[in-house]
Write a protein that binds this ligand. Structure first.
Ligand code: FDA
Length: 308
């Protein structure tokens, strides 16, 4: 793993720097490149604007690893409010949640109940909950919870999950999830993982992404390919065209503020594109992972900061 990537991922877990940045005006200003804003209304405004550009949205109320059940309930309440507001305003947006924000590390049963309530609420309003994937210690727990929720008729079809192409285990996970009819978002993976569980070389991660994307595309389940990598996007497009897979059978997903030109181009070409829109005051770990993916972002941000 390149040194800079590791350094940014290590910084993403630094509590004092996190406190300092999240509370500083400069920090908030820098983060605005990747984050819709601090409030629910900021997220809804961005969702409306992205919808206006022909793309759907998934909303992430930022936060992870809560310390108390009360914090988890508070985080879930924001999502319940969002589900109601999305229905009320007829926005084309679903929600992305992290199980650690719902208390997974306090008690998996507790987090499962919170996720269950959200999935039921989503289903009742014709919406959908995507469970983001976190580090590899939580992969099995996360998949087990999603599978159990999907098995219950009140949540069936309203819950999906994320698979990371950098994990060796992902092919068998993909096969099982698709057999259960669970919608997958495929991404490369954003955490620091040891070579015992994840491909250390980017070329191998990319090759696995392409291999897994074929399974997703061939399946009758509506899946998502989440990447800004043009080589991955081209590989998906080529496979779909070659195998007669219609453009409305899957979607591309990208993060808010990243590769906006590519997002627009795909819409013009008739593909479904969903933008992942994060918002809220707990933006620091998310922001640092974006810097880890592309350390040149630091220069980019600094240049824009001093220019404005
Ligand atoms: P790669 O990192 O190879 O980048 C390809 C090109 O894209 C770069 O050369 C650059 O041009 C551009 N690019 C990529 N990242 C950039 C950045 N931060 N800033 C500017 N340009 C950038 N991960 C995870 O572990 N669990 C999850 O649940 C999710 N969820 C998720 C949802 C969505 C919608 C997306 C798009 C991504 C995720 N991820 C994720 C993150 C994912 O695992 C991965 O870290 C990033 O998407 C970067 O990988 P790429 O596929 O973009 O390729």
């Amino acid at each position: 793993m390149p040194i800079l990537r590791s350094a940014f991922i290590a910084l993403s877990r630094n509590r004092s720097l996190r406190g300092f940045c999240e509370n500083s005006r400069i920090g908030v200003r820098l983060s605005s490149r990747f984050i819709a804003g601090m409030e629910v209304e900021d997220a809804l405004r961005v969702a409306e604007s992205v919808n206006g550009q022909g793309m759907t949205v998934t909303l992430d109320s930022l936060g992870e690893s809560v310390n108390t059940e009360a914090e988890a309930h508070k985080a879930a309440d924001v999502y319940h409010r969002l589900l109601d507001l999305l229905a009320e305003r007829k926005l084309k947006a679903n929600i992305s949640i992290k199980l650690t924000q719902m208390g997974l590390e306090l008690s998996p049963t507790f987090a499962e109940t919170i996720a269950w309530n959200l999935a039921q609420h989503a289903k009742s309003t014709g919406n959908f909950v995507r469970v983001d994937m976190e580090d590899s210690n939580l992969t099995q727990l996360t998949l087990d919870i999603v599978r159990r929720l999907q098995a219950r008729p009140e949540a069936r079809g309203a819950i999906g999950v994320v698979i990371q192409a950098y994990l060796y285990r992902s092919q068998s996970d993909v096969e099982q999830l698709l057999a259960d009819g669970i919608r997958i978002r495929l991404c490369k993976g954003a955490y620091k993982e040891p070579a015992e569980v994840a491909f250390p070389r980017k070329a191998d991660v990319d090759a696995n992404f392409v291999r897994l994307s074929h399974l997703l595309l061939e399946s009758p389940v509506y899946n998502a390919l989440a990447t800004h990598d043009e080589a991955m996007v081209d590989a998906v497009k080529a496979f779909a065209t070659e195998h007669g897979i219609a453009k409305d059978r899957f979607e591309f997903q990208m993060l808010y503020g990243i590769k906006r030109d590519l997002q627009r181009r795909l819409v013009k070409e008739g593909y479904n594109v969903r933008v992942y829109v994060p918002f809220g005051s707990e933006w620091y770990p998310y922001f640092m992972r974006r810097l880890a993916e592309r350390p040149a972002n630091v220069i980019f941000l600094a240049r824009n900061f001093f220019r404005s």
